[in-house]
Design a protein around this ligand. Structure first.
Ligand SMILES: NC(=O)c1ccc[n+]([C@@H]2O[C@H](COP(=O)([O-])OP(=O)(O)OC[C@H]3O[C@@H](n4cnc5c(N)ncnc54)[C@H](OP(=O)(O)O)[C@@H]3O)[C@@H](O)[C@H]2O)c1
Length: 343
């Protein structure tokens, strides 16, 4: 009974969940664990902790669309000097045009493919030469660029595993290493966009999960190493915001599915069958319109990580269902969480 309840999104639970009063707006919010200390952090407001930013310089990767695009505009509105890394700057992506149309000397789009050491080094030079005093360094790096895919382990080619890791994991490591000398000088901030899937795995998401688990490990090691040097490292672990970003579209899912099926080894095709495969793809397509359309919890979390005197190690902008699921999977024995969630 408990397993059935916890394995469903809270929005689909019958009305009798425990509730507590939200001090800010008086609204009642559902609780499964009868103490307000368990209210998930997705609802936290950070404004009170924010310090004035002056004209600190920040690079955000992956600004053509999604979180990166909104972040570039938001950080610019907060007064930061923003370098918006765009994969498609040289191809005139709509997002890039919109950022350029702000026509501000505090927001500059730069061509940046995080898989290319050459492009990363060029951006280091652009940033360095734009700083009033390069010896004082730059304040922040937000490693946001990412791609995603899906598919059971047996459906996923080695090329796909490597392709996703090249952007999400090695892109983050590469960009961070190149910018650290500037960040260290400013005793600045590194903010890595991981995912709730960097904390808990999910069936059919191994190519993505392993890269985000890697980002989490990298961030922890870096945080330990940077502590004595005054650089603060935070991880933001968004929940499901698929409907609000370009990470997936029905078209991209169908294209990935076709390629995947065409390239499957015969034995895998035969053993799983087309019906099973098609059902999985149909489920993935419905996922495209799921999740929150309001990205502000993610934007607020990154802003806090860049501006607060004492930023958090981890931020969890996600809804109650995913927050609770993450707590259960990361804190309870695997046998119990498997019984609840994996069927
Ligand atoms: N949306 C969610 O539900 C969700 C949840 C958890 C975590 N995240 C993470 O949030 C981050 C941002 O994703 P998003 O949801 O905002 O999706 P998005 O709209 O697809 O944004 C990802 C951005 O990264 C860019 N990019 C892709 N490959 C790149 C490369 N090699 N070099 C530089 N930029 C590259 C994309 O450029 P193009 O648009 O030109 O391809 C795009 O602008 C990712 O790290 C993702 O894993 C997202």
């Amino acid at each position: 009974m408990l397993a059935t309840r916890l394995s469903r999104p809270l929005s689909r639970l019958p009305g009798k969940t425990l509730s507590a009063c939200n001090r800010e707006n008086g609204a009642r919010c559902p609780l499964l664990l009868g103490s307000t200390s368990f209210i998930p952090t997705g609802r936290r407001t950070y404004a009170a902790a924010v310090e004035p930013v002056g004209s600190k310089a920040v690079l955000v990767t992956g600004c053509d669309s999604g979180f990166g695009f909104s972040l570039a505009k938001h950080l610019h509105s907060k007064g930061f000097l923003v370098f918006a890394g765009c994969l498609m700057k040289d191809k005139g992506h709509d997002g890039v045009k919109e950022l350029d149309s702000l026509n501000s000397d505090r927001l500059r789009t730069v061509q940046l493919n995080v898989c290319s050491s050459e492009e990363v080094e060029k951006v280091v030079e652009i940033v360095r030469s734009s700083l009033k005093d390069p010896e004082k360094g730059m304040w922040g790096l937000v490693n946001n660029a990412g791609i995603s895919t899906f598919g059971e382990v047996e459906f996923t080619s080695m090329e796909t595993y490597k392709e996703v890791a090249e952007v999400n994991l090695w892109g983050t490591v590469r960009t961070t290493k190149s910018f650290l000398p500037l960040i260290r000088r400013a005793k600045g901030r590194v903010v890595n966009i991981s995912s709730m899937l960097g904390r808990m795995a999910n069936p059919a998401r191994s190519p993505y999960c392993i890269t985000k688990f890697g980002v989490e490990a990298f961030s922890d090691c870096l945080r330990y190493e940077m502590r004595s040097l005054g650089v603060k490292v935070s991880v933001v672990e968004p929940g499901n915001f698929i409907a609000a970003t370009s990470l997936y579209s029905p078209e991209s899912i169908r294209a990935i599915a076709k390629k995947m099926w065409d390239e499957l080894p015969e034995v895998v095709r035969k053993d799983y069958g087309k019906k099973y495969f098609d059902e999985k793809i149909a489920k993935m397509e419905t996922y495209c319109s799921s999740g929150s359309t309001d990205t502000s919890p993610v934007i607020d979390a990154v802003t806090h990580a860049l501006t607060a005197t004492t930023p958090y190690t981890r931020y969890h902008p996600m809804d109650y269902y995913w927050w609770l699921r993450m707590q259960i999977i990361t804190h309870l024995p695997g046998a119990i969480s498997d019984m609840i969630y994996i069927r």
